[in-house]
Design a binder for this molecule. Structure first.
Ligand code: 2HG
Ligand code: ZN
Length: 481
């Protein structure tokens, strides 16, 4: 990146649009987990789609790689540049506009740099619900959420991020803008290009704005924190809740006893609302009806939990009595990633398997990991209703963090062998990023990876968008060089 190019970019992006000081770039240069230390040449902070397009055009002409970055909350190093000092980070954080929101269409058009929490609040203010909720929603931005096809806590009811997208605006690798911001619930006119960009992890284009599908605002919620004897019993409870009122079941989150203990230990002010157990679930029941709906919701949940207690599916349960208590239940769940970070070095496995294979998966993976590093803390939790568990492993007491991390590959291989045998995925919702590119050949090789390479080569022939992400290293765009 030449000084002349930097000057051009500074002129185009205006005050605050270009950062080159190493200290000011530090927060952009490393990932949330501190697994990667990138060395960007510059951070570009465009304030509009036109500025994104200009910045991309200039970088493309000079062959400068671009790493798109939103809230920088990737769990797999998906928004961190390489350490060779050649790439520019393009942050969408200044693009925070709400372009439109409509309660009749039930859509909102937001820019990429709006945080997910801010977008939820905008929808709520207009009496609607943006039904996507993830632990990092206070920092994660819409552009990144879509580029990674985020899942989270409401997937079992409303789907992943891709299910909420009606339209996109994307800056392409040559600086052209694709205006696909259509607000149509039905549109079968050729390929669904927007779905190509969703989940592409910034390797095909830069999402600058999106039309999101909204849901009716929730008028009543009831949450229950439950203690269970086993994962099999959790599945039985899930089936029971769905049989009773599948439409009301907005979340069904799993937490192992070990992972809850880490939260109670490392996060001040957290309290266990039930008897200690080896397995917990957090249930959200919600309704869009009138105020009377709350009573009905609570009664239904109480009834189902009562039956489950009687049949032995449940050991104990606490039903939230007010909003503060509900928030406290959710805090126990949402602080898992933070608690595990504070507990020391951890190895994350963001896996999914068919729902009925989950009990076998957790048991076999636990056994395999304990054989690799005896005494390690096995702390799984996650989105049980989707068959997606964060099978996370925390360093054992008395072991150095670096020594534990040196066993990461072995531990991930042990877990993934079980997951593969059961027909699952090695990345259910966090993506491939930099961390898991080495797995792509064996899991998605052959026809599938070749197709992905052809798509990449067609949309980004120079390979300037997010190099080192998704594709196995050292194989170029064709897979042969
Ligand atoms: C969650 O579900 C996030 O809280 C983070 O996906 C998962 O820390 C993790 O492994
Ligand atoms: Zn998750």
């Amino acid at each position: 990146m030449t000084d002349a190019l930097l000057q051009q970019l500074a002129a185009r992006l205006g005050p605050g649009g270009l950062v080159t000081d190493a200290g000011d770039m530090a927060g952009y240069a490393t990932d949330w987990r501190r697994l990667y230390q990138g060395r960007p040449r510059a951070v570009l902070r465009p304030g509009s789609t036109a500025e994104v397009a200009q910045a991309v055009r200039l970088c493309a002409q000079a062959g400068v790689p671009i790493v798109p970055q939103g809230g920088n909350t990737s769990m797999v190093g998906g928004a961190t540049p390489a350490g060779d000092g050649t790439a520019a980070i393009l942050s969408l954080e200044r693009m925070r506009g709400l372009r439109a929101i409509d309660p009749v269409e039930m859509t909102m058009t937001v820019e990429a740099g709006v945080t997910l929490a801010a977008a939820q609040a905008m929808a709520a203010e207009a009496g609607m619900l943006l039904p996507l909720s993830i632990s990092s929603e206070g920092s994660a931005q819409i552009g990144g959420v879509l580029a990674t096809n985020a899942g989270g806590n409401n997937t079992l009811r409303f789907g992943n991020a891709r299910d909420l997208v009606l339209g996109l605006e994307v800056v392409l690798a040559d600086g052209q803008v694709w205006d696909g911001l259509r607000r149509l619930h039905k549109d079968n006119t050729g390929y669904s290009l927007r779905q190509l960009f969703v989940g592409s992890e910034g390797t095909l284009g830069i999402i600058t704005a999106a039309v999101l599908r909204l849901q009716p605002g929730v008028s009543a919620r009831a949450s229950a924190f439950c203690a269970l004897p086993s994962v099999d019993h959790a599945l039985a409870l899930l089936a029971r809740l769905r049989r009773r009122d599948a439409g009301a079941l907005y979340a069904f989150e799993y937490m192992s006893g070990a992972s809850v203990d880490l939260v109670l230990h490392h996060v001040a002010g957290t309290v266990l609302p039930v008897e200690p157990a080896l397995h917990y679930v957090l249930i959200d029941y919600a309704s869009t009806g009138r105020e009377e709906a709350r009573r009905l919701l609570e009664e239904t949940l109480e009834e189902v939990l009562g039956e489950a207690l009687e049949s032995g599916d449940l050991l104990d349960a606490a039903l939230s009595q007010n909003e503060a208590q509900r928030a406290a239940f959710w805090r126990l769940r949402e602080e898992h990633a933070e608690a595990q970070k504070r507990a020391g070095a951890s190895v994350k496995n963001d896996i999914s398997v068919p729902l009925t294979a989950l009990p076998e998966c957790l048991a076999a993976a636990s056994e395999a990991c304990a054989a690799v590093v005896p005494g390690l803390c096995i702390a799984p939790f996650g989105h049980l209703g989707d068959g997606n568990i964060h099978f996370n492993l925390v360093q054992p007491e008395g072991m150095e963090g670096a020594a534990f991390l040196a066993r990461s590959e072995e531990l991930m291989a042990a877990v993934n062998a079980v997951v593969q045998r059961l027909g699952g995925s090695f990345s259910a919702e966090h993506g491939v990023g930099r961390l898991k590119t080495g797995l792509m050949e064996s899991w998605r090789g052959g026809v599938e990876l070749a197709l992905m390479r052809r798509v990449k080569a067609a949309l980004d022939p120079q390979g300037i968008f997010n190099p080192g992400v998704i594709f196995p290293p050292g194989q170029g765009l064709t897979g042969s060089d």
